[in-house]
Design a protein around this ligand. Sequence first.
Ligand SMILES: [Zn+2]
Length: 420
Amino acid sequence: MQNEQKPHHVILATHSNLKYKESLPVHWGAKNPLSRAPVVASQTDTTKRNAIGTHSGSYTVYRALSVASGKFSPLHKPDLNNTESPVKIGPYDSWFDPLKIVSIDPWGLDPLVNFKPLFDQGYDIRPTIAVTQARLQIPEIYQAIEKGRLKPDGKIILQNGDIKITKVALDPVWYLPGIAKRLGVEEGDLRRTLFQETGGMYPELITRPDLKVWLPPIGSSTAYIFGNPQDLSNPNIELTCRVHDECNGSDVFGSDICTCRPYLMWGIEHAAETAQKGGVGIIIYYRKEGRALGEVTKFLVYNARKRQEGGDSAATYFQRTECVAGVEDARFQEFMPDPLHFFGIKKIHNLHSMSNMKYNAIVGSGIEVVNRISIPDELIPPDAQVEMEAKKAAGYFTVDGAKSKEELTKVKGRDIEEKK
Ligand SMILES: [Zn+2]
């Protein structure tokens, strides 16, 4: 380990003659992977880097801790043998439009296949997308089978109730000109704000405008596919899709203040059922906890909602978030369709989402949506009625209509149980 340490002096990447000398220029959207060039953000040979930041999203900090504590060699190169995807995905036309996919790198899947000659030249290229297979064991699915809503078929749903799926992990890789364009801001202003608001984490955002790709230290996304992943790109095959933003409290712990887990499970049930009928299903899970404001903010908002005069009511749902966080929502659904385009999706027959922000982003990105599916009333926990009615009144999609202002004040959540 000791002889594998890097030199202790620090070379700032802001001097183009000292770093990135031998790097490959990235032509985002180019048709051929070799002319597009891989994103090289590994740290083992800094002269070859062509991107700002490094791999693994938020986990990059844990990697640094492992190196700092002497448990991990900074010069370790992954052995990628046998790590490739069990199913071929793409390339699709959407990969060749530089503005269609801007927040992930489609060629980050199986670089050993796409960039073999460059590996042979010693480039340390890391995957930013990985695909594997698994089986889901979910209590709600076992219940759906018991109640006769789902039937095991031995192919998609096994006799014991497990569901066979393919899952795809997608790390963030941002093409900054495309990110700026989606937000409708100048790239220079975006780069300056990212630099300033992260406390100056990435000086190259300012000093190296020639580097267009940044790997931000944020959460990743995961897609769960029911049926054949290659069918996702065929608009003639029925596709059921849910785009779900992380809610750890509900998704994992079953917390009853919102509808996240019930809606997610309903999506999984319908996705599996669609695959059983010869269609295909996909659930995409985005690590954007608490509307990308974070869990600390979210819990503060819960308390503020429950303690406000008149108690927690649907009429003041969004207001309380904005008072605490300064903004109602920071998820930027503009980027959400990128994974859909990675899979070549052109048409969604059943979209499980009531959010107009999500619907508009998907349709605006050129994907056709046939049916919008809202959560059935019987799946909504009583304390989550506040969230549901507030969202409907704010214009979320609903088949049975939103409540009036007067009615909204009557939709109340449980009081906080204080101990002083
Ligand atoms: Zn939730």
